[in-house]
Design a protein around this ligand. Structure first.
Ligand code: AMP
Ligand code: MG
Length: 484
């Protein structure tokens, strides 16, 4: 197998070399053949062989399993050593186009970074990560992906006995801000430099040509994170645990724990059961991303300039620049949602629309999706979402005037909107229903059905119309759990 395990060639202080701990009776739940095809990853033929492979019982030939070490700011508090406590990186798979894919097993057993954890994962969070990460990919949002999930045939204990499972994650890398923080906190400048050089080589090799690759690197990570968070906001995604150890260098979304999509629009929405102060609320995500990037900037200071004051000023300027980068991305993503160009007057219309949705507690996803129907003459599906129909009708008139003023024809606008306003998102209650069926009844059909529907989030699939709807009051999910 064409593995090329570059991370494993770094010094041993960057990881612990360790094999996945075998499990008793692995059973394949799902394998992502389309992704395997894209990777050119040769899949074994039978389900039992697939289960052996993706449980970690039989690591693939050419792999070099290891657990990465990292630190992290969790809810603002620095933890000097976290690391892969329940995940093992099998290695880097290289396809014929030179594309490199980290393949990681999550729930693969204990490592030296497990602290008090069992290194395992219950089935529920594995299903959630599979469904949501694949949905994010289909929504056009940078993300790690799901290659497979297997049940382990073993129980895990989380206040109750639960079936265990292992998730196979594919990422362009697993480098996080936390990897840098680990070495910076130990004043291991050489370690930080090795990592930075490694990250630049792997993700942004063109930066090696710049006058200072490390400032360019910090700036680039700010750019990719600004773009990412703007895309989250567009679809109402709330990550839930935006700790620095869950913030990638690549700009991919990683670690789907207590994440969720907003139903009714409220910028203060929080789902995570562990986020007591709303630190990672929907609308706070950009400023938290910037806070995390400031952490990366701090780690890179000795590489930015030998004079600490100069280094600090430069890093601060770059991290300050995140604000404008984010606003540009956000504005353009949000303007697409209402079919307008990113002009000054679009801002006011956008703000007013969001304000009306919030006052009506209308569904975020449907409110935008129904706009393209409204523009083509079918206004009822939109109006029905709002308690104050006069207000939204009035907004519609102003919006149409602005479309005309910007010379945008209605067909074009509706097409743009339909490409940016999903009809289907992995709504929490649907994800919960899928998880419950799997965990309580060993029934994976709801999971598979949901994944299939979310394959085409922007296409109106009338057959599955009920999957577009927000939850009934009895179905509502108020909190999500990380399952750790
Ligand atoms: P996460 O919630 O995935 O961001 O994990 C935060 C940290 O806790 C990481 O270092 C994980 O490896 C570790 N961790 C989470 N769950 C477990 C577990 N069941 N066993 C060992 N370590 C864990
Ligand atoms: Mg994590």
């Amino acid at each position: 197998m064409p593995f090329d395990n570059s991370y494993g060639r770094l010094d041993e202080k960057f990881y612990q070399r360790i094999n996945p701990t075998p499990v008793k009776a692995p059973r394949l739940i799902l394998v992502n053949r389309e992704l395997a095809g894209k990777m050119e990853f040769p899949l074994p033929k039978t389900d039992p062989e697939l289960a052996q492979l993706f449980s970690g019982n039989k690591p693939p030939q050419g792999s070099d399993p290891l657990a990465q070490v990292y630190a992290g700011h969790q809810f603002g508090n620095f933890v000097p050593r976290l690391g892969d406590g329940r995940a093992v990186l099998l290695g880097e798979f290289l396809n014929s186009h030179g594309q490199r894919f980290d393949i990681q097993l999550k729930g693969a057993g204990q490592t030296m970074y497990s602290r008090n954890g069992d290194g395992r994962s219950p089935l529920g969070p594995v299903i959630r990560e599979y469904i949501v990460s694949e949905a994010m990919f289909r929504l056009g949002i940078p993300t790690t992906r799901a290659l497979a999930m297997v049940s382990s045939g073993e129980d895990v204990f989380r206040e109750e006995k639960l079936p265990g499972a292992i998730f196979t994650r594919v990422a362009s890398s697993h480098l996080r801000i936390g990897n840098f923080e680990y070495f910076a906190a130990r004043n291991d400048h050489e370690g930080v430099k090795t990592l930075a050089d490694y990250a630049i080589d792997r993700h942004y090799p063109e930066l090696k040509e710049t006058s200072n690759p490390y400032t360019a690197f910090l700036s680039r990570v700010c750019s990719v994170q600004a773009r990412l968070v703007a895309k989250w906001m567009r679809v109402g995604f709330i990550h839930g645990v935006m700790n620095t150890d869950n913030t990638t260098i690549s700009g991919e979304t990683i670690d789907y724990g207590p994440c969720a999509f907003m139903d009714g629009y409220d910028p203060a929405t929080v789902f995570s059961s562990i986020d007591h102060y709303g630190r990672y609320a929907y609308a706070r995500q950009p400023s938290i991303a910037q806070w995390n990037l400031a952490g990366l900037g701090g780690c890179l200071l000795p590489l930015i300039h030998k004079d600490p004051e100069t280094a600090r000023t430069r890093a601060e300027e770059i991290v300050q620049g995140f604000g404008a980068k984010f606003r540009n991305h956000y504005f353009s993503e949000m303007c697409n949602k209402i079919g307008l160009s990113p002009e000054e007057r679009s801002q006011e219309l956008l703000d007013n629309f969001l304000q009306i949705i919030q006052e009506s507690k209308a569904d975020f996803t449907l409110s935008f999706r129904m706009l393209s129907k409204a523009i083509l003459g079918e206004t009822n599906p939109l109006l029905e979402l709002f308690s104050d129909q006069a207000k939204i009708a009035n907004w519609l008139e102003k919006w149409k005037e602005e479309l005309a003023r910007q010379n945008i024809n209605t067909d074009d606008a509706s097409r743009t909107m339909d490409r940016n306003n999903p009809a289907f998102i992995p709504r929490n209650h649907r994800v919960e229903q899928a998880i419950t069926a799997a965990v309580k009844e060993d029934d994976f059909e709801p999971t598979k059905k949901l994944i299939k529907i979310l394959h085409h989030p922007y296409k109106e699939q009338t057959k599955y119309a009920e999957y577009m709807n927000p939850p009934e009051s009895t179905e509502r999910v108020y909190q999500t759990f990380c399952g750790t």
